[in-house]
Ligand binder design. Sequence first.
Ligand code: G6P
Length: 625
Amino acid sequence: MCGIVGYIGKKNVVPVILEGLKKLEYRGYDSSGIAVIDKGKISVTKCKGRIANLDNIVKKKNLFGNIGLGHTRWATHGDPSDRNAHPHTDGSGKIAVVHNGIVENYASLKKLLIDEGHKFKSDTDTEIFAHLIQKFYKGDILKAVQEALVLTEGAYAFAVICEDEPDKIVAARLGSPLVIGIGKKGEYIVASDPIAIVKHTRKVIYLDDEEVVLLQPSGYRITDRHNAEVEKETEEITWSLDRITKGGFPHYMFKEILEQSQTVYDAMRGRILKEEAKIKLGGLESHLKWIDKKDGKITGLKCLLNAKRIIILGCGTSWHAALIGEYMFENIIGVPVEVEYASEARYRNFIVDKNTVVIGISQSGETLDTLAALREAKKRGAITLGLVNSVGSTIARETHGGVYLHAGPEIGVASTKAFTSQVCVLALMVLLMGQEKKIINKKTSHTIVHALLKIPEQIKEILEQSDAILNTAKQYVNFNNFLYLGRGYNFPIALEGALKLKEISYIHAEGYPAAEMKHGPIALIDKNMPVVFVATDTEDQIYQKIISNIQEVKSRKGQVIAIASKGNKSIGEIADSVITVPKTLDFLTSLLTVIPLQLFAYHMAVLRGCDVDKPRNLAKSVTVE
Ligand code: G6P
């Protein structure tokens, strides 16, 4: 969390930084700030609140310069306030720093610096960097940064400017993302995410851990913390700029929900050979580079097919997609699957070996817990795969192989389109494995592929009900507690529906497997507790069981909103409100049932006047523990 941006070039840095910060605001939005070298002096402006506040203050100052830094904050150390906002400066005010991450040994470093006479102005860990760099500064800012970094533990992506060397930005990364945009004629922009860069250039370099970059109009230089040169390749951003604008929609979240018929299609595009009903996933085949430690062979897809166990890791919404993956892999392939919260797996004796495939699911590809758990799994000899949306992100680069989601940038803090793309990619993986292992025959392959290809149109059909879902939301907008229930593939959807509602509307909502209701949540049910049942027709007994659960709620005066299959007549006789979705295979049903729940949460939040794209206390990309 926290977004950083720095610019050096011929343009006035102020609008470039402010614009970059607005793009990064999804990463944190409790305070922001900017540092500019204006007429040879560092000028820092920072304040609590959204970037719009900073914008207003900066406009009155008439700042101008060709080099500067900006920061949007999600507080970790120190409350959100003007003085804790970044950039932070050293004692002389000549060095300014912006930082994303946590300095874990900040207490001991702070004590050391205070003993040496440094005076601190904030409660943040970041200020340590400014003072440490000052301590080591002897006319070479790059050297001072390298020396300071050797002492710091934790995670960082940071950038520094220095008044005495006004043509340099030094930036570094360990654990938090950082990308450098290479512009024309000595123009560089460094940021936490390429979305703050793409307007200026499409040529980027993704920094890796422990790398430090020096940016100057005359060129750039990348080193490690001990000043050894590092060679890096430049990459090209391929997605278009219009994917990061609201495009006339009131919120990014709404736009992203509505994009799903396209994004699910994009997740499949080029990956299904329709005639043969075959699946091609390059990142699991030709690009999967897992080297067998014994004979040194690169085994490609084979290691995935030989897996004795699959572990799927994720956080938040991505963890819900992982749960659906568990049902898919076990039901179709019959391979044992465990789903883990990345934050839990990494701190226990995480038992994996070379016969285990560990799949990390992450929209951002930067969630620290997911990344750390994957690293741990890799260290212990497992094959690691990333199901990631952000191209070039750390998880994408550090795993042995994987599949990109191709959903385009997701800006709304509550994840929507990334989720359906994750589920779609999991379905493709299962299909590929099933075919290769000869578990799925030709006929079934054709049935699944046919159903998959229908999904984008079916999503469109659900999206057309947005106004009807808004009307349903109006009926329930004043309730403060909700229960979401589902079974089978719809159990993770109950969890996801509840998460969506609570994160953007601040309504308390819990998701449960429907049958578990009897073991606790049923005690909560009365007329003030609406229950959302995800109760689509199923190929097995589950539908009948869930109808019994609905009866149990009704007989306790609970109100029921049902997500049901189109054409189902009976459910309308017991539920108070019904929203329908088209029929598909059970295996794919969650791709459809989640959509009305996203829309319901969205409309509820808007009706309650909440800031949908930037819900309080949340951030899109969680790069701290
Ligand atoms: C944050 C976001 C969630 C997201 C989760 C995992 O909590 O607010 O929307 O699901 O992180 O993020 P990832 O990028 O790893 O999918």
